[in-house]
Design a protein around this ligand. Structure first.
Ligand SMILES: Cc1cc2nc3c(=O)[nH]c(=O)nc-3n(C[C@H](O)[C@H](O)[C@H](O)COP(=O)(O)OP(=O)(O)OC[C@H]3O[C@@H](n4cnc5c(N)ncnc54)[C@H](O)[C@@H]3O)c2cc1C
Length: 351
């Protein structure tokens, strides 16, 4: 019987497995995919995540490869209205790296501890017994574990099988996303946000040399930009919906939830993956030290706070009418005050 089993090899599950293995835990990790993901959902990675991933070696590798954003420019339409500085102290940096590359560094760290992700293993069901859990992967493939960690994303099978409800709502409408190669885009290290008419928004985020992520609340991210961005190549275009949801509880007996399986919110503020990494580190430490009974009480309030902060920010950025006038007046005041600029950077990057 394995001591710890992780379901899901996204950033949360990989971090949980790496941290358990690093601390001497006996761990297996399964994913339904047929191999590492080539998709990059999250881009922004915080210094807190890099610090958490430093003991296992992934943090320095991520930092070495990532783009370090040199600043953030907010526009009203095409007109720049606010430049926020970054990198003015230890708490004001943010890095950009496609999620698949962050995952690749975690997989490399996991291998150094002798653990391989077991792909093509979709968890279909499990049964909780007195002192262990029996896992069913279909096709007569079974395993036994003492503790089960559900890091299997928004549609978590671990959560559903435990009978834990995922409470909240799906926001109406589809957001669009485009990953492009654009050597002529002038803001190589700068995060650019655009406030568009009718409460719509768009952003351009550097991911790697000449590679950018464009996201918009409108259906066509590239067409939504009010300034020219001429892609040499469009790597992918897709759309996504936003879930604002939280699991009722993050643990039930020996079953634990972390990352998107436990909470989901809009990508505004870039917290999702970073929050999952923090959940995973916290849970791994508790499981090794035997303090896991406090995991839910420790992490659930932080998820509530992340949901509240990201929703407040999203609503503000998508405001219309009088609320938008207040937003623009606030931005103008921040633009005039370097102290307010530093405070807002700390607030956005905290957590
Ligand atoms: C467009 C977009 C942009 C984003 N930008 C950012 C950002 O800049 N910064 C940030 O921090 N966050 C961002 N996020 C959020 C971030 O992508 C997620 O929060 C993060 O991927 C969650 O990681 P996870 O490991 O918890 O779940 P996931 O990444 O969803 O991984 C879950 C894994 O579980 C596996 N799985 C599912 N069911 C089963 C099963 N039954 N059996 C076995 N395996 C299973 C899946 O194959 C998958 O590999 C963004 C999200 C989107 C959509």
């Amino acid at each position: 019987m394995t001591e710890f089993t992780v379901i899901g090899a996204g950033p949360t599950g990989l971090t949980a497995a790496v941290e358990l293995a690093r601390r001497g835990g006996d761990v297996r990790i399964f994913d339904q995919k047929d191999g590492p993901s080539g998709l990059s959902r999250a881009v922004g990675i915080t210094p807190q995540s890099i610090a958490l991933l430093t003991p296992c070696g992934a943090g320095p590798a991520i930092e070495a490869e990532a783009v370090r954003f040199e600043g953030l420019t907010m526009h009203k339409g095409a007109e720049p209205i606010l430049h926020l500085p970054l990198n003015f102290d230890d708490d004001s940096s943010i890095f950009g790296l496609p999620q698949d590359r962050t995952e690749a560094h975690l997989i490399a760290a996991l291998k150094r501890y002798g653990v391989e992700v077991e792909y093509m293993r979709p968890l279909t069901n499990y049964h909780v017994k007195a002192d262990h859990i029996e896992l069913d992967f279909g096709q007569h493939i079974r395993a036994k574990t003492r503790y089960l960690i559900g890091a299997d994303g928004v549609h978590s099978r671990v959560r559903a099988t435990a009978g834990i409800h995922y409470v909240g709502r799906s926001l109406p409408g589809h957001w669009s996303i485009a990953d492009v190669i654009a050597p002529d885009w002038p803001h190589r290290d700068r995060f650019c946000g655009f406030l568009l008419p009718h409460g719509q928004i768009a952003v351009v985020v550097p991911m790697a040399s000449d590679r950018y992520r464009v996201v918009s609340s409108l259906p066509d991210a590239l067409a939504a930009l009010p300034v020219p961005l001429e892609p040499e190549k469009v790597i992918r275009e897709s759309s996504f919906t936003i879930e604002v949801k939280r699991a009722e509880v993050f643990q039930k007996g020996s079953v634990f939830l972390a990352g998107d399986a436990a909470h989901a919110h809009s990508p505004v503020g870039g917290r999702g993956m970073n929050h999952g990494i923090a959940d995973a580190c916290d849970l791994a430490e508790r499981l090794i030290e035997g303090t896991q009974k406090d995991y839910d009480a420790a992490r659930r309030p932080l998820a509530d706070e992340a949901i509240e902060v990201t929703e407040r920010a999203r609503k503000m950025l998508q405001s219309t009418g009088a609320a938008k006038s207040i937003l623009l007046a606030t931005i103008a005041a921040i633009h005039r005050s370097p102290a307010a600029q530093r405070a807002i950077v700390h607030q956005v990057l905290a957590g």
